[in-house]
Design a protein around this ligand. Sequence first.
Ligand SMILES: [Zn+2]
Ligand SMILES: [Zn+2]
Length: 292
Amino acid sequence: MNKPTTVCALCNNPPEIPCPTCQDTQPLYCSSDCLTRDHPIHKLVCASFATLPAKPSGGEGGGAKHVLGVLFPSSSPDPELVWVRIGGFTDEESGISFQEAEVGDFLQVDSNHKGVPAPESLHSERNRLRNRDTRSMLEIWHVKSDKLAENLCVKTLAATTTATSEEEEEEEKEGKPFYNWRGSILIIFMTRSTGFMIDPGLYRDCQLQDFRDAVDFVVDYGNDVHDRRVQEALDTLGTTTTTTNTGTGSQPEVLQEKEKEKEETAAGQVEQQQQEEELLSKDNIIIAEMSG
Ligand SMILES: [Zn+2]
Ligand SMILES: [Zn+2]
């Protein structure tokens, strides 16, 4: 389950071909069709991936290093690859070493922004838009404040990714992000969680597929279609199955025992209950039909 996914950046088929322009030789797309469709987004960082920005020397701070992250600038339309300094500290009680990303400088919070709160982070291991686990764990840093300007970069990306044809793209169709991001956003990448409560996490450089996952995250964040879909699925499961899909067989046994108990002690009552439930659900259907 924690296997890093290596799939076509767009459609989850096995990747066969790399981008012909950037130096990354890892296959990124299943077909030239997906390569073409991803081009409007990939071209924004293709050249940067080919010639990475100069890496700052990490020497000064005793073991500090830098990892490649993606910055979605507040006031520029294009995302950028940036080097983020990773410091570290050791928890004295547990002796576990943690890495700490130094993100403040990227998020444009300075003395001009009095009363702006500290940066906060979200984490994601799922690309809901493409229905797949992400290759890395995404750590999304942003500042939540109405005092900051709307993020122009995400707005531009949303307009680009929702355009379904070249013509729409040329018309600069106004696709809108679902969430009103403000200020700049910085996304860095970690090895996926191992499931332990205390997980030191390891930052690593952004790769091509990470970039697509990052763009999908900022554009799709706040889209409640996914939540509704999950709720619908749960509703369906809740009404039709109670004992399936356990795999181990232990749970059905317990349930069977309970059922048996019911049958023995109050068979009539159970039957009555079932009839009532049936009536109730019929009522619900009628109500739903009337209001719909
Ligand atoms: Zn594909
Ligand atoms: Zn490329």
